[in-house]
Design a protein around this ligand. Structure first.
Ligand SMILES: *Cc1c(COP(=O)(O)O)cnc(C)c1O
Length: 442
């Protein structure tokens, strides 16, 4: 194996943060440039007609790739050196066979679902999920003959839902839904194609038990088991590795922690090789790959991913510690935190190595109090999105979740008094001072 692909020194396996500096890139191929140049090109010149033929045989699935054969460079909708290096590095963090990068988190999610489902199939998903994801499942997939069943603590606000309460024992309820969905799929002449989980949920930080979900899938009598897909945007890849807890594919909005500088939009899907081959085919045809410049920015980001995520998490945990019990705050909602149920804390202990840096505050009062706090903040910027170097604050009830019905908001715990914080890497005492003065303004 060539030096730039080695993941060991002697018998020592190198840590992901070490591999982010050079893995998958050979400077000798680019004039010794320490960083990979941006391969800003649409197409690639074949050395011979025979090469072109061989590359296309693999790209079109006309023959299997030899084990050591790399897919030749063809065209930047199919592959590109910046994308390939980035994908190799991303796969390292989650221990995936293969990673693919997309033009947005939604491009990754929609391309993956299209790759895995057919008319008459059923897809199960957990709610609340990211707004775009819910829209895809509730409104777009049913148009294509795919039935979607949501599992929620609440009756979700949009269409096509099956009201099932997860309040008490999330794992058990989800197992029932999975079994019923497989039965429904059989009656329709299709299959249960996928179970899609977002954990922790946004903005409540509620956790779904991945091992229990995976066990429920394995218990089904279906020729091809449905794929367990996990949106790991909130905790991954540092604080949660779903592939180690039974997931088949992991999805990311790289726009958030992985990009981390609030300056790009991108997404990823990674996991089992056989499923990734189907996702790759769909990405090539839908054209949902990202561009070389964005891929280059993401490689820059990966070099500091661990220190950014560690710092923002330690800031967030310190703020959580100081804010709990504040006279203006009813509850602090951090993943698996002290105010969550014992069942939630048990899932956290099994599945997560950290709570990340996105958490919510339930304030005393309603929208007026929340707005007074939001308008008084000076360092925390009022914006949706999360996972950047700078701290952001949002009001889900009037923005990202404003299309939920009033009843659904109440049942789901997305009240007018809820504010969500995404903590960045600033000085923690400065952030605390900002929050304290804003809480005083209520
Ligand atoms: C932002 C986000 C997405 C969508 O990602 P885009 O990059 O905006 O397309 C999906 N899932 C979660 C959990 C997100 O936070």
């Amino acid at each position: 194996m060539s030096r730039h692909r080695s993941r060991t020194i002697g018998d020592r396996s190198l840590a992901p943060e070490t591999l982010m500096m050079g893995y998958g890139y050979d400077p000798a191929l680019s004039e010794g440039s320490i960083k990979a140049p941006i391969f800003q090109t649409s197409t690639f010149v074949f050395r011979s007609a025979e090469d072109g033929k061989r590359f296309f045989e693999v790209a079109y699935g006309l023959r299997e790739k030899d084990p050591e054969e790399a897919l030749g460079l063809i065209y930047s909708r199919i592959n590109n050196p910046n994308l390939e290096i980035l994908e190799d590095r991303l796969a390292v963090w989650d221990g995936a066979d293969k990673a693919l990068v997309f033009s947005s988190g939604m491009a990754a999610i929609s391309t993956t679902i299209l790759a895995l489902s057919r008319p008459n199939d059923v897809v199960v998903y957990t709610a609340p999920a990211y707004g775009g994801t819910e829209y895809l499942f509730d409104r777009i997939l049913p148009r294509m003959g795919v039935t979607t069943v949501s599992v929620a603590d609440v009756i979700p606000p949009r269409t096509n839902f099956t009201p099932i309460s997860l309040a008490e024992e999330p794992g058990a309820a989800l197992a029932d839904v999975i079994e019923n969905a497989a039965y429904l799929a059989k009656r329709k002449g299709g299959r249960l194609a996928a179970v899609y989980v977002e954990t922790p949920a946004n903005p409540t930080n509620k956790l779904i038990d991945l091992e229990a979900t995976s066990a429920a899938i394995k218990a089904l009598e279906q020729a091809e088991a449905p794929a367990l897909l996990v949106d790991n945007t909130f905790l991954g890849p540092l604080w949660q590795n779903p592939l180690q807890h039974g997931a088949d594919l992991v999805l990311y909005s790289l726009t958030k922690y992985v990009g981390g500088h609030s300056d790009l939009i991108a997404g990823a899907c990674m996991g089992r090789a056989d499923l990734m081959a189907r996702v790759a085919e769909m990405r090539t045809i839908c054209g949902t790959i990202t561009d070389p410049h964005t891929a280059w920015l993401l490689m820059r980001s990966l070099e500091t991913l661990h220190i950014r995520m560690e710092r923002s998490q330690s800031n967030a945990m310190e703020l959580v510690r100081r804010l709990r019990g504040h006279p203006k705050i009813l509850e602090v909602l951090d993943a698996g935190g002290a105010e969550s149920s014992p069942a939630q804390q048990a899932i956290f202990a099994r599945q997560c190595t950290g709570a990340g840096s996105t958490f919510s505050l339930r304030l005393k009062g309603g929208e007026a109090e929340a707005f007074r706090m939001l308008n008084a903040l000076q360092l925390f910027k009022l914006a949706v999105s999360l996972g950047g170097t700078e701290s952001l604050v949002s009001h889900p009830s009037s923005t990202t979740h404003s299309d939920y019905s009033p009843e659904a908001k109440i049942q789901c715990g997305i009240g007018d008094n809820l504010v969500r914080l995404s903590v960045g890497i600033e000085n923690v005492d400065d952030l605390y001072a900002d929050l304290v003065q804003a809480l005083e303004a209520i």
